[in-house]
Design a protein around this ligand. Structure first.
Ligand SMILES: [Zn+2]
Length: 222
């Protein structure tokens, strides 16, 4: 399974030094190409046209690759019963077809079956760097452990990305770094990538969640 997270932390400029985090997480099934596998990859199901999850439209006869994928999208829109019937078979599994790295009707299944998750939180007496790191911890915590997951986390904190990828500056906030590495080790391959702040809609949302929760005390926080 693949997970992509956009994370942000914020620290309010006031005497309480209150901070917040925001996370947007998207899950998707990894789509493997059968040509690269003698047997089936673990925890994967076939979705090619020999199966009922397949695309009945053919490249050539029914259009080019983009057109047959678009037709498949309309087919699912028009037949929600098909989605309902196949959801238990496809959800949470990886998939095998013959298309990747090219576009595949499996991309449509990913859009239809998975929705984004959000999380936020509030801390007091904290710092910006701690909030940026706490947001990474929260994103990792949202991924079930032991899954051999492929996780990419986008952060606008060069301190956090540099620390996670290259071990820079991990001598401060060691409690949080230990927790982050521990969670990552239990989940699979984790990659942190730097992106400029709010450069995607999902990161903008994470930034908004972080800012809002830095300013408000949720009821459970006392
Ligand atoms: Zn395909």
């Amino acid at each position: 399974m693949q997970y992509t997270a956009w994370v942000d932390g914020a620290c309010a400029v006031n005497s309480t030094k209150c901070g917040g985090i925001g996370v947007v997480l998207r899950m998707s099934s990894t789509i493997y190409n059968k040509r690269n596998w003698d047997r089936m990859p673990p925890n994967a199901v076939m979705i090619d046209r020999t199966t009922d999850a397949g695309n009945p439209f053919h490249i050539g006869k029914d259009g080019d690759r983009a057109e047959v994928i678009s037709k498949f999208r309309h087919l699912l829109d028009d037949h929600p019963d098909r989605v309902t019937r196949l959801t238990p078979k496809l959800l949470g599994k990886d998939w095998v077809c013959w298309c990747k790295p090219e576009d595949c009707h499996g991309d449509v299944w990913n859009e239809v079956l998975y929705s984004k998750e959000e999380s936020s939180g509030h801390w007091c007496h904290t710092t910006n760097n701690r909030m940026e790191l706490q947001a990474v911890i929260e994103a990792l915590d949202m991924v079930p452990p032991g899954a051999g997951a492929d996780i990419t986390i986008y952060s606008d904190s060069q301190v956090v990305v540099g620390g996670f990828e290259w071990g820079y500056s991990i001598a401060s906030n060691t409690d949080l770094w230990e927790e982050a590495f521990h969670l990552a080790d239990a989940r699979g391959i984790v990659k942190l990538e730097y992106i400029p702040r709010c450069s995607t809609l999902d990161h903008e949302r994470a930034d908004t969640l972080a800012k809002i929760s830095s300013r408000i005390h949720p009821p459970y926080d006392g």
